[in-house]
Write a protein that binds this ligand. Structure first.
Ligand code: NAD
Length: 479
């Protein structure tokens, strides 16, 4: 497979550099070739999106919804094909990847139905003979910049609400998910989506991403990725006074209290920490255990680690695949070696035999370091979890909040009063009781507090707030 851009309904191969994509589960296997775009491609795509905007935004919502239903159907029909491609490109285990594609289908259907839902409110006027109401209107051409770790679901949770609201799109996917993005474009091209409504420009962040922000007249940007890039995106958009949302990193805590069901808590902590090789923004990376619970919880955790098979991403038994890329491998390996040198090992799981020619790393749980240690404060974005102990519930909450991030947090307890206090006092956008930190439902708002987000939300009804602006309309009907 070779990528081309999708601009104005045409497939255009950019003239820039190219790079072969090797399977992170088996570095001898070539999956495809990426052709990188430059600034001229983004300018061309902007013209196509502007051209398509008038027609798309004036189409009835129900008709736009019909297009989204078609997109859902074609994605569902090709679920296995696109899941296998994504697993081969960025290493997510196939069972998880199929679930992610299904999530994309659900998101498209959820937002398709918004085409016929209420778009505003009747606001009583203080004057006589005046009809006053609000209505949502689209923003125009929207730039979407996405990460590689959810190569299907994250793009769709931006594309679907942007489209149903009447916007047209310039989408710049992450480099390590370019083949999957191209294939999604091919599938969407099979529907009646009008040309120029969705444009895909494959390229590097510093070239195409930067040109999207600096060189176009887009009306809004939705970004998901690292906090450092997100801060840059935010400052450029703020200077240009265009609407933006940035969903960024996390350092998510799971608290285990002494009255928790240790076996169930361990199972969810392990899943939160190690599924997708810890490469989720909502991954559990700090486990805060009440002192009295330490021994029984760690025993349950070690038993639960038996389930963690580190294997080729296309192996149905893989609990964890490789990390996604060489740069991920280097950065995660560096953190794991610091953990081995500076912390006390609780458990390390070896990769399955035969998996030597990929970006595999051993998942690890460590303890014995203080709350200021870099492994407790920095986002590792890999399969490493640190256990901290707390004297009691109060100290556990205080440790959980001791981070610049605020994406998700969870607590395991049977105590209703402590569960409620946690939901009130934990500084995170998504707070969960007796559930893992990772995991989100498409109909519920998603996003973080503190350095994890620009404080907007994605998914659910909240996404429609971002992709529209409100107009207040007033008619004096008897004059
Ligand atoms: P990244 O910041 O390196 O890249 C994200 C996107 O930004 C990519 O498309 C990249 O090409 C682009 N980009 C890079 N430099 C740019 C520039 N100068 N101008 C414009 N665009 C640029 O992040 P990543 O490595 O792809 O993803 C991992 C990060 O994403 C982690 O920090 C993770 O926590 C975060 N993440 C957050 C969420 C969330 O919803 N909060 C979800 C998934 C991932």
């Amino acid at each position: 497979m070779e990528t081309t851009n999708w601009i104005g309904g045409e497939w255009v191969k950019p003239g820039g550099q190219q790079r072969d994509v090797m399977n992170p589960s088996n570095l001898s296997e070539k999956v495809g070739t990426i052709h990188f775009s430059d600034e001229t491609d983004i300018i061309e795509a902007e013209a196509a999106a502007k051209e398509a905007y008038r027609k798309w935004s004036s189409m009835p919502g129900a008709k736009r919804g019909d297009v989204l239903y078609e997109m859902a159907a074609v994605l569902e029909k090709n679920m296995t094909d696109i899941a296998e491609l994504a697993s081969s490109e960025m290493g997510k285990p196939i069972t998880e990847m199929k679930g992610e594609v299904l999530r994309g289908v659900q998101l498209l259907r959820y937002y398709a139905s918004e085409g016929v839902r209420s778009q505003g409110n009747l606001v009583p006027s203080s004057d006589v003979n005046v009809l006053q109401y609000t209505k949502r209107v689209p923003l125009g051409v929207v730039g979407l910049i996405t990460p590689w770790n959810f190569p299907v679901a994250i793009p769709i949770w931006k594309i679907a609400p942007a489209l149903i609201s009447g916007n047209t799109i310039l989408w710049k996917p992450a480099e390590p998910a370019s083949l999957t993005a191209f294939r999604l474009g091919e599938l969407f091209a099979e529907t009646s989506l009008p040309e120029g409504v969705v444009n895909i420009i494959i390229g590097k962040g510093r070239d195409v991403g930067n040109a999207l922000l600096e060189k176009t007249e887009i009306n809004a940007v939705s970004f998901t990725g690292s906090t450092s890039t997100g801060q840059r995106v935010a400052s450029i958009c703020a200077a240009r006074n265009i609407k933006y949302q940035t969903e960024m990193g996390g350092k998510n805590a799971a608290i285990v209290l002494r009255d928790a069901d240790f076996q169930k808590a361990a199972s969810m902590v392990v899943s939160g920490a190690f599924r997708s090789a810890g490469q989720k923004c909502t991954a559990t990376s700090r486990i805060i255990v009440e002192k009295e619970a330490y021994e029984p919880f760690v025993e349950a955790l070690k038993a639960e680690m038996e389930a963690v098979k580190v294997n080729h991403a296309l192996d149905m038994n893989a609990y964890m695949g490789p990390v996604a890329s060489k740069s991920q491998f280097d950065s995660v390996s560096e953190y794991l070696s610091v953990a081995k040198k500076e912390a006390e090992l609780v458990i390390e799981k070896e990769i399955e035999q035969g998996n030597v020619n990929g970006y595999f790393v051993n998942p690890m749980v460590v303890t014995g370091i203080g709350p200021d240690h870099k492994l407790v404060q920095e986002e590792v974005f890999g399969p490493l979890a640190v256990i901290l102990t707390a004297e009691d519930f109060e100290e556990a909450i205080s440790l959980a909040n001791q981070t610049v991030y605020g994406l998700s947090a969870s607590i395991f307890t049977q105590d209703l009063s402590k569960a409620h206090r946690f939901l009130e006092e934990a500084d995170a956008g998504m707070v969960r009781v007796n559930q893992e930190t990772a995991g989100v439902e498409y109909q519920a708002p998603f996003g973080g507090m503190k350095m994890s987000s620009s404080h907007t939300r994605e998914q659910g009804q909240a996404a429609l707030d971002f992709y529209t602006t409100l107009k207040t309309c007033s008619i004096k009907h008897t004059f």
